[in-house]
Design a protein around this ligand. Structure first.
Ligand code: CTP
Ligand code: MG
Length: 172
């Protein structure tokens, strides 16, 4: 599956924990193109899982995203992006910098994401949290276009995710 991405855009990855966002980002983008909420929580709080640092982490992430977009550099946001308010912040940054907000949704079965999550030492939340994320994801799918995302790519299942290829669209 070809994923068309404007050469200069703000790409939001969207998916529950364990859906493979960070893995996808590593496979398709340069490390410096990817701004991850975990990384920014770590910068602020010395702990990537410290949720109390989230507000500062996202404020900083948005700031850096803005600087990159001003410089004309594609920027990918690796966070769950399951909440409308989180996505609204990204749409706002994109609009302020006159670039298109793009969503790439990774939709995998919750059972698979849970299996992956349990195998990780850096993830300790319980199953109910993942179930809530799945519900948020279903809700998100209907909302992305209304929220202002101009291209929405939904990759369903591991095979579609594995087969995805990014194709950059030239800006004129
Ligand atoms: N993984 C895998 N095969 C894939 C994708 C991911 O085995 N095709 C594994 C990763 O190695 C990792 C786990 O599944 O151990 C979660 O993948 P990750 O990319 O980290 O998922 P995220 O969506 O980034 O999860 P989070 O929101 O918690 O950061
Ligand atoms: Mg991740």
């Amino acid at each position: 599956m070809i994923i068309d991405v404007p050469e200069l855009s703000l790409v939001a990855l969207v998916g529950i924990s364990g859906s493979g966002k960070s893995t996808f980002a590593r496979a398709h983008f340069k490390p410096t193109q990817v701004l991850s909420s975990d990384f920014f929580r770590g910068l602020i709080a010395d702990d990537e899982n410290d949720q109390s640092a989230s507000a500062d982490a996202f404020e900083t992430l948005h700031y850096v995203a803005g600087k990159r977009l001003t410089a004309g550099r594609l920027t990918v946001v690796d966070a769950t992006n399951l909440q409308a308010h989180a996505r609204a912040g990204l749409v706002k940054v994109a609009r302020e910098h006159d670039v298109l907000p793009v969503a790439i949704v990774l939709d995998v079965p919750e059972a698979l994401a849970w299996e992956r999550t349990q195998a990780r030492e850096d993830r300790t939340f319980d199953r109910r949290v993942l179930t809530r994320m799945s519900r948020d994801l279903r809700r998100s799918l209907n909302q992305l276009a209304k929220e202002g995302f101009r291209k929405i790519h939904v990759l369903r299942g591991v095979d579609e995710i594995a087969a995805a290829e990014i194709r950059y669209e030239k800006l004129f």
